[in-house]
Design a protein around this ligand. Structure first.
Ligand SMILES: [Zn+2]
Length: 91
């Protein structure tokens, strides 16, 4: 579990760096690709969301961006579910 948390923290830091860029790469729909912030250390999934959505969840402090079926906490609430994208917060 400790390793998993370190993984989640690491993913969040690199996602935050990406979100802080002046003009991160967006796809045709205006979505930015962020790494899944789950605690599975071998997870290499990515999730695409609008930049403002990612910035809002970072601001919330206890929310994480995840691929469907992946989780950031042992105990969580799903805030947003859209396609394969999930936003969870600690329950
Ligand atoms: Zn994951």
């Amino acid at each position: 579990m400790q390793v998993g948390i370190a993984h989640r923290v690491d993913r969040r830091q690199s996602n935050e760096r990406k979100a802080a860029e002046a003009s991160p790469t967006t796809d045709a729909q205006g979505l930015v690709e962020f790494a899944c912030e789950c605690t599975k250390e071998d997870c290499e999934r990515s999730v695409r969301v609008p930049l403002y959505v990612y910035r809002q969840l970072v601001e919330a402090g206890n929310q994480y961006l995840l691929q469907a079926g992946h989780h950031a906490f042992a105990s969580y609430r799903t805030i947003v579910a859209l396609g394969l994208m999930r936003i969870e917060e600690r329950a």
